[in-house]
Design a binder for this molecule. Structure first.
Ligand code: ACM
Length: 523
């Protein structure tokens, strides 16, 4: 059923259709099969003004105009469009040819992540205050082109962009996806594939869950056995793996090229069996436990009373901080059931200053809100009942919160009781459930102004490869992305499910194996 076959067949069928159909050059975009309008985009834009007289058609003569500061986005756009169109699409500073112009400069209304996109008969202009904004505009432009533009081989046009203007900017600055590479390890290429998939929906944070009971996934030069031994297996007993520091830097740079900031997580004081198994001296009794390949939680704890625990964390946090350009490190802090509440306070009292000494700010699961947090720390709410006094108190004290309620935003929850992958401890989460929530009412006492944004975590107890990732993330991830980006007033399931259906041909061409929820008319 999964990606390899269905996806490839889908892509081939589409490519063949494109080649055998007569050119539809004279018809306006809206009359073509798989019609796209400016309002079809996910996340739905803030404001759209269509002009059916102003469609733009890419031709072999089209150029991409971008000055030095916009060049990276211009090259990225060319890389998207060249394989399927077969056009040269030179990226140039100035041109008199019909063009897609990427313009950096003062742009009203759109802030530091938004953009304006204008389509006329003569060309497309994306304008923004920042390259992040240009990149977001390019993702919109991409969805305005036919789905077959996603093909990596030349296919037939026409390549028509519907005319009009979009003014667009995000509701929240933080729109994240988390990938658990600890329960099952995912290769650099698998993570890059996911980065490309999430970037299309304007996700701008990738939280990598790099260490848990079942595996330690990043090389730490001062404590090498963490990776070589602690990373040597995974859930189910497979061979596991880890990223060398060079590979991690490569992932961070790849994410940055998609305007995504990596937030590395080293979970502590619980979820640490892989570390405890690697170094006996980290255990209170000096005895290393065996490696763990099951899926229980809450049984491990770093030894709060030993000095070496903090020497270890100083080394680990120091190395990870040095490899990570983003401002935030995630220190986990969840489900520390094997740590007493007193020890938890003491532990966080030691660790928070270590992160600060290495020049980073703290993100953590919402349990960290129980400790004395600096105002810059970001608790990430993951519970299901929307009530947590400590999270509300942190918000009242000025901390910003990331919203990941497990019964809405966890992409690893099964869709229904017969879903082949996933867990259901937070419930079954169908596409409508993942879309039907509002961050500003998700947690009692945490209003709009206290919310940094949303994140869709994908835990990997049951997932082993890209095929599995895609089946869980699609089609739910675009819904979380829309909740994070689009205005609250635009929230509308009936409109959303129609736009979602129109994404499917894109996923087929991209080889994304998605769950064909019966809640959506995939046509
Ligand atoms: C979590 O799901 N334990 C953050």
């Amino acid at each position: 059923m999964r990606r390899s076959l269905a996806g490839l067949l889908g892509a081939t069928a589409l490519a063949l259709t494109a080649l055998t159909q007569p050119a539809l050059a004279s018809q306006p975009a809206a009359n073509q099969p798989g019609a796209r309008t400016l309002a079809d985009v996910i996340p739905v834009p803030v404001s759209v003004s269509a002009d059916p007289e102003a469609d733009f058609r890419l031709t072999p003569a089209t150029a991409i105009e971008a000055d030095r500061d916009a060049r990276q986005v211009g090259d990225y756009l060319a890389g998207l469009l060249r394989p399927s169109t077969g056009y040269r699409l030179p990226v140039v500073e100035r041109t008199s040819a019909p063009s897609i112009a990427l313009e950096l400069g003062p742009t009203a209304q759109v802030g530091d992540q938004g953009y304006q996109l204008t389509v006329t008969k003569k060309g497309v202009t994306v304008r923004a205050n920042s390259s992040d904004g240009l990149f977001a505009g390019v993702q919109t432009l991409r969805q305005l082109l036919p789905a077959r533009v996603e093909s990596r081989q030349v296919v037939r046009g026409p390549w028509v962009v519907p005319g009009g203007t979009i003014v667009d900017y995000p509701r929240f600055g933080y729109r994240g996806a988390m990938l658990d590479v600890a329960r099952h390890f995912f290769s650099v290429d698998e993570v890059k594939r996911y980065i490309d998939q999430i970037a299309q929906y304007k996700i701008n944070r990738l939280h990598l869950h790099l260490a848990d009971d079942q595996g330690w996934r990043i090389e730490i030069k001062s404590w090498p056995r963490l990776a070589t031994y602690g990373g040597s297996t995974e859930v189910g007993g497979g061979p596991g793996g880890y990223y060398t520091q060079e590979q991690y830097k490569d992932l961070v740079a790849y994410a940055a090229s998609r305007h995504i900031t990596v937030i590395p997580e080293i979970d502590m004081p619980g979820h640490t069996n892989a570390a405890l198994a690697s170094y006996a001296e980290l255990n209170c009794d000096g005895v290393a436990p065996p490696l763990y390949t099951g899926i229980e939680v809450g049984f491990s704890s770093l030894c709060v009373d030993k000095d070496i625990t903090y020497e270890f964390l100083d080394d680990v946090i120091g190395e990870v901080a040095a490899l990570t350009p983003g401002r935030y490190l995630h220190i986990g802090g969840d489900e520390a059931h094997a740590t007493t509440p007193e020890d938890y306070q003491k532990f966080m009292g030691e660790v928070l200053p270590i992160v600060a000494e290495h020049g980073k700010l703290v993100q953590g699961w919402h349990e960290i809100a129980k400790t004395g947090l600096p105002a810059s720390a970001v608790p990430q709410f993951w519970d299901t009942d929307g009530v947590d006094a400590a999270t509300a108190a942190a918000a009242a004290a000025g901390n910003k919160i990331v919203m990941s309620p497990a019964n809405k935003a966890y992409l690893d929850m099964q869709y229904h009781e017969n879903s082949p992958l996933g867990l259901h401890w937070a419930g079954y989460v169908e596409v409508a459930d993942a879309y039907h929530w509002d961050p500003s009412t998700a947690v009692q006492g945490v209003g709009e102004a206290s919310i940094a944004g949303v994140e869709a975590p994908l835990w990997s107890e049951t997932l082993t490869d890209s095929d599995d990732i895609e089946f869980m993330a699609f089609p739910r991830l675009p819904g979380i992305a829309e909740i994070g980006w689009s205005p609250k007033a635009s929230h509308d399931w009936n409109g959303y499910r129609e736009r979602l259906a129109k994404q499917a041909p894109r996923w087929e061409v991209q080889g994304i194996d998605f769950y064909r929820s019966p809640q959506v008319d995939w046509r």
